[in-house]
Design a protein around this ligand. Structure first.
Ligand SMILES: [Zn+2]
Length: 238
């Protein structure tokens, strides 16, 4: 099970928050970031703060069960931390979770269109088919319940009428998955505007999946053509 040193995790969260804000993935105080720590607890962004201007005091220490560690925090954790905890609970291979509202990917989530076509090699290797989880009220148990089955077979989830969630063994990988998601959504949208979206032939997709095995790409990637059978899974257990 991955776990980060607290100080390093704090620095990484502040940097990833800044990048998300610069890229326009989070307006106002939107979005949240968390990292699994060595001791089994978590470090997460506080509620009501801009991800572009985080300071160490705006990070919250959580116990193994996701509750704030008593006496160690100035702020309350994000109201959406339950969504993060659902990912950690179901995926021991996951060390970090990123949530934001990247505009193009979120537009697909609003339109209810999954990003599940095999159109770009990088997206096939790192994301696979990205599904849209049913809408849930933020900060309630509705979102953790809606994403639960999707977490098992992917590293990225679109949240209907809301945004996107990406996770990985470490924070940079989770962030990069979100970047690939928004990039793929943008290209898909442009190709749709051109009136034609050609998919990569099945035989070529198979070659990519073999490459994924060879390269030892981590995470869970499931392709639409495989009827959501998990493929290319290289999770680190333990
Ligand atoms: Zn949100």
């Amino acid at each position: 099970m991955p776990g980060r040193d607290g100080l390093k995790a704090g620095k990484e969260i502040i940097e990833v928050g800044r990048r998300m804000w610069v890229k326009g993935w989070v307006a106002s105080n939107d979005g949240n970031i968390s990292v699994r720590l060595k001791d089994g607890g978590f470090l997460a962004t506080a509620t009501g703060v801009s991800k572009g201007f985080l300071t160490p005091a705006m990070l919250v220490r959580l116990n193994r069960d996701g509750r704030p560690a008593p006496g160690r925090n100035r702020h309350r954790p994000s109201s959406e931390i339950r969504m993060h905890m659902e990912v950690y609970r179901r995926r021991p291979d996951i060390g970090a979770v990123v949530h934001g509202h990247p505009p193009v990917a979120t537009a697909f989530a609003v339109a209810g269109i999954p990003l599940d076509q095999n159109i770009l090699p990088e997206a096939i290797l790192t994301l696979g088919a990205v599904e849209v989880a049913p809408y849930g009220t933020p900060s309630t148990d509705e979102i953790p319940e809606a994403i639960a089955p999707l977490i098992e077979r992917s590293n990225v989830v679109l949240l209907a009428n809301h945004g996107a969630l990406a996770f990985g063994p470490d924070l940079l990988t989770a962030y990069h998955r979100m970047e690939t998601l928004e990039h793929t959504a943008t290209i898909t949208h442009l190709a749709m505007g051109l009136g034609r979206v050609k998919t990569i032939p099945k035989a070529q997709v198979k070659k990519l999946m073999e490459l994924s095995e060879k390269l030892g790409i981590q995470g869970r990637v499931t392709l639409k053509s495989s009827k959501f059978k998990v493929q290319g899974s290289k999770d680190k257990k333990g």
